[in-house]
Design a protein around this ligand. Structure first.
Ligand code: HEC
Ligand code: HEC
Ligand code: HEC
Ligand code: HEC
Length: 401
């Protein structure tokens, strides 16, 4: 990041009117630490003054609300084919003025996110065409940020006539170390005219493309270069400082997160002592409590998040699932691989890990003391134990305590 800051500064020194673009997939993997890291990265992108940023499928890792919050913070996100409730989530394109010319930048997403989380990725060819027609009416030149693999781009390019330059990005693609940012699309005569660039993945490179244009004519690619941010570029010192501060903050958070896991391990053997077992285990012996419980809101707390398009946001999942990222508890990384479902606030959400099950009254007591960990003043300002417990107690007639 520090090196990228230097490289951008150097390019700006050559031409202060450059357009700084990202083709997407800057977000990290799942998990709360990765989310903090992505937020930090976004902050640096806002500071660097990006002109347009496309949406990659990874950008939905933390849910649409998180992505929208990046835009609210000032990240110029565009995408012509991402919809929620029938409307585009972000503007389909932006228009930039460079030396009197109007340059339009359009973005399209051609890959399916792992978790759609309440959004819809519409056909990039149709939506792209629509955005392009509007952009062409106003612009002298149109750049397409295409977040997709080569095959997909080849499929849709014929319906996007009028695009002058394509910048492609897609993080998951296997790529050898690159030496140039000219993309090697399978050569096809009708596409040969549209230059396509690809700067590689993981933000390791900065692709530089110089265009020259005469009004009314397709701009010419004068030069394209490729700055590898590997070793040779010196790190920007202000950015290096910010980065160091972030890293120590991240270390703290990581330690906090690990604490709950460490506490659940036997110090000498490292064996996990306490773990969450899941409601199916409780059902075996407490079947009589189930019908009432599963019809309640605790059990459906993730449903509530889904309705708000937040089922992928780690900050929400921590209270709306059971044992979030603790041994045996809900973990988005393993959810789809057959791990016991720990969605919603289940029995162990209040009583604690099933392995701590006791019959001396302490397992029931743990639940009486649990409410406030989730019913915080922020999320449940009206919380009062008697009133609330009477609404969710295990039996029709409110248990007296
Ligand atoms: C692991 C977090 C967690 C714990 C512990 C917890 N709750 Fe909740 N509670 C929630 C969440 C999340 C909701 C919102 C569920 C929804 O609507 O999606 C909720 C909703 C409720 C509601 C409103 C829903 C309804 O059915 O009326 C009541 C009442 C309630 N909780 C009582 C309690 C009481 C009493 C305790 C302690 C004995 C408790 N909760 C412990 C997370 C928790
Ligand atoms: C600290 C724990 C906690 C976190 C974090 C949390 N929630 Fe909740 N949430 C609750 C509790 C507890 C309730 C029930 C409140 C009540 O009924 O008093 C609740 C209720 C809700 C409700 C139903 C409220 C209503 O008025 O119908 C929604 C929607 C909701 N949460 C969404 C979210 C979203 C979205 C996030 C993440 C941005 C989130 N929650 C994060 C604990 C939490
Ligand atoms: C909202 C938090 C919460 C959830 C979720 C919850 N419990 Fe409880 N549970 C309590 C509280 C509080 C008590 C103590 C009540 C008392 O002392 O009267 C309790 C008591 C009990 C008891 C002993 C007293 C009794 O009523 O029989 C059993 C057994 C029990 N819970 C089983 C379960 C099972 C099984 C589930 C899941 C289906 C579950 N609980 C889910 C809060 C919860
Ligand atoms: C193998 C059967 C079995 C399973 C599985 C089981 N329980 Fe129990 N549980 C019992 C028995 C038996 C009691 C004692 C009942 C009594 O004393 O009336 C009990 C008591 C409890 C109590 C009251 C304990 C106290 O504090 O004295 C709670 C709470 C409870 N179970 C919750 C759960 C939860 C949550 C699960 C799932 C993680 C679960 N149980 C799984 C058999 C089981």
């Amino acid at each position: 990041m520090a090196r990228r800051a230097t490289a951008i500064r150097e390019q700006r020194a050559i031409d202060p009117r450059l357009l700084l673009l990202s083709a997407g997939d800057f977000s990290g993997a799942q998990g709360i630490i990765e989310m903090y890291r992505s937020r930090f990265l976004v902050r640096t992108m806002i500071e660097a003054g990006f002109d347009a940023v496309a949406v990659g499928e990874r950008e939905l890792t933390y849910g649409i609300r998180t992505l929208k919050s990046y835009a609210e913070d000032g990240l110029p996100i565009i995408c012509a084919n991402l919809y929620q409730d029938g409307t585009r989530v972000f503007p389909p394109f932006v228009i930039k003025r460079i030396r009197g010319a109007k340059v339009g930048v359009i973005a399209l997403l051609g890959e399916r996110p792992r978790d759609l989380d309440g959004v819809e990725v519409r056909d990039p060819a149709i939506e792209g065409r629509d955005a392009l027609e509007k952009a062409l009416r106003e612009c002298d030149c149109v750049i397409l940020l295409a977040h997709m693999g080569r095959e997909r781009l080849l499929e849709i390019l014929p319906s996007l006539e009028g695009v002058d330059v394509v910048i492609r990005g897609h993080g998951r693609e296997e790529e050898k170390d690159r030496e140039s940012c000219v993309d090697t699309l399978a050569s096809s005569s009708e596409l040969a005219e549209v230059p396509v660039f690809f700067a590689g993945k993981y933000g390791k490179n900065l692709g530089v493309v110089a265009l020259a244009g005469i009004r009314g004519k397709r701009p010419l690619v004068v030069e394209s270069a490729f700055v590898n941010l590997g070793g040779s570029v010196a790190g920007d010192s202000a950015m290096a400082k910010e980065l160091a501060a972030y890293h120590s903050e991240e270390r703290l958070k990581r330690r906090e997160l690990q604490l709950s896991r460490t506490l659940a391990r036997d110090a000498s053997t490292g064996k996990i002592l306490d773990r969450y077992l899941g409601i199916e285990i409780c059902r075996r012996c407490h079947g009589e409590l189930m019908p009432r419980f599963v019809s309640g809101r605790h059990f459906r707390a993730v449903e509530t998040l889904r309705q708000r398009g937040e089922a992928a946001n780690p900050e929400c999942l921590a209270c709306h699932t059971t044992g979030y990222r603790r041994p045996g508890g809900y973990d988005p990384a393993t959810e789809k691989e057959g791990a016991p479902y720990m969605l919603g606030v289940q029995c162990e959400g209040c009583h604690g890990p099933g392995t701590t099950h006791a019959r001396d009254g302490s397992y029931a007591k743990a639940a009486r003391e649990s409410c406030r960990t989730c019913h915080t003043s922020k999320w449940s300002p009206d919380f009062d134990f008697q009133t609330y417990w009477s609404r969710v107690s295990h039996r029709e007639r409110a248990d007296s305590i």
